[in-house]
Design a protein around this ligand. Structure first.
Ligand SMILES: [Zn+2]
Ligand SMILES: [Zn+2]
Length: 129
């Protein structure tokens, strides 16, 4: 009965957990009463699992959003980005020691690569271990 799918999440052991309690449980911060409820109630436990995997996906996406790709960093070093992108990367470099270190490495390597005449991508792979 696929029409009942949306009702599957309803709690079978009222009172149902609040949204805040479900989020706390997904974060591993549930109190005893919440944990006891989750042991008795597969519906709420399933909700917590769903929240947990959602949080994992969001974190991964945020991490990727925050760090520009290596290609972007190479373009940044070569001045190929438009002003908006350039400002965004510069702002990111202030906050992110990993990318700042990568740019420092790229900028150190660039003059040598220019002499050798590598393409930007060749330059990048020359830097990789
Ligand atoms: Zn429940
Ligand atoms: Zn970064």
């Amino acid at each position: 009965m696929s029409m009942d799918d949306s009702r599957e999440e309803q709690c079978t052991c009222p009172p149902a957990l609040s949204g805040a309690a479900l989020v706390a449980a997904a974060d591993g911060e549930a109190d005893e009463a919440t944990l006891a409820h989750l042991r008795a109630c597969p519906q709420c436990a399933a909700q917590v699992r769903r929240l947990r995997s959602l949080q994992g996906r969001l974190l991964r996406r945020l991490y990727r959003l925050r760090c520009p790709s290596s290609d972007i960093l190479v373009d940044y070093c070569q001045g190929l980005l438009d002003p908006f992108q350039r400002a965004a990367v510069a702002h990111h470099l202030d906050l992110c020691p990993h990318c700042a270190a990568e740019v420092a490495l790229l900028e150190r390597a660039a003059p040598i690569a220019d002499v050798v005449g590598f393409s930007p991508r060749g330059r990048m792979s020359a830097l990789l271990p």
